[in-house]
Write a protein that binds this ligand. Sequence first.
Ligand code: NAD
Length: 403
Amino acid sequence: MSNPVTAQEVKGNNQTGLKNPSAIPVVIAVPKEQAPGEQRVATVPEIVQKFTKSGYEVRIEHNAGAAAFYPDDLYRAAGAKIASGPAGLLDGARIVLRVQPPTVADVDQFAEGTIVIGFMNAANNLETIARMRDRKITAFSLELVPRISRAQSMDALSSQATAGGYVAAIMGADNCPKFLPMLTTAAGTIRPATVLILGAGVAGLMAIATAKRLGALVEAYDVRRAAGEQVRSLGAKFLELEINAEGQGGYARELTPEEKAQEQQMVSAAVARADIVITTAAIPGRKAPVLITRETVAMMRPGAVIIDMAAESGGNCELTQSGKTIREHGVLIIGPQNLPSRVPFHTSQMYAKNLQSFLSLLVDKEGKIVTDFTDEILVASLLVHAGEVRHAPTRDLLKGGKS
Ligand code: NAD
């Protein structure tokens, strides 16, 4: 175990015997996200102020928050130093906060022992994980934070999925040729549009709430029967099927072939009568289940819209193309990528709060940064540490690829 480091790191040995050895603060570095289309930033000025009050030095890369409408000046006013490039940013940095996973080139700029926290998307970034292992970087993956009540404030999957569900509903409304609410006008009465949400987890529930606020008739379906109560509490209709596929940890399990056929039939009928379908169904670590087949799309009304929130993990609609919008049988099928990035001001704010909560676990009662990581949340989310990949499924994937 290496020595703990405090938010005020002691510089060198106190050989002079002075009571107050010179101290240098622990540096938190926040780079500008480089992934195409990424507009979020890992911290915001309000949180920077809290970090600097706690004794950290915060460095922000020039324009890191510009796309989310947090200009450098606001960070500076909150006590951050603005670094013009990666060298000034990372020199002496102990902690790096990110939204998207680092690249191999990013990792090569981190000093040994640097703690990196953010989304790691490990299964799709094995080369980077191997490099972090080899360079003895410590990486915490926010996707691995367990969904226990104590971890709710650091649950970045939930904060970002909430935004995703909101944006999907707005996108559906924007692309629909109909009004969503019922209107009684001198020019006649307009019937409300029907919005169907498949998958009523965090994103699905937010999509339901948003579509309801826009005045649509909302129906929803999830394989977890427990979701029914939440759906109904939002004023939407829950489509019941004689299946309960609640698996471990509140997540859905995979359905049997017979269950899948039953589900297909009920889902197809509901999809065919909907004006907007928003799909969010996912099974962690696996390809998304196909809920809307090519044949079902052919049964839909011309002008109907599908927003496939599972596009990046294979899609819930057989025809979805990730990152593209296509029209088939008169139906618009949108496969959006990175929906949370479309509301970057608020998603950055929520994400920054998640990170601030997470960082509080890394500091002990005396204000020192812990290095033994015994807290169950740290244990679960520790991906790479001290030259080892600590997350078993990622380790197995790396062994498979022999990296
Ligand atoms: P997710 O993104 O993994 O999946 C989205 C939804 O798709 C889930 O509700 C899932 O049941 C559903 N789904 C999967 N296969 C399906 C299929 N074939 N047909 C229809 N629906 C299908 O889920 P999530 O939003 O991350 O949430 C997963 C669970 O975790 C939920 O029970 C949620 O309430 C729970 N949760 C708990 C906490 C907490 O306690 N801190 C925080 C967040 C989420």
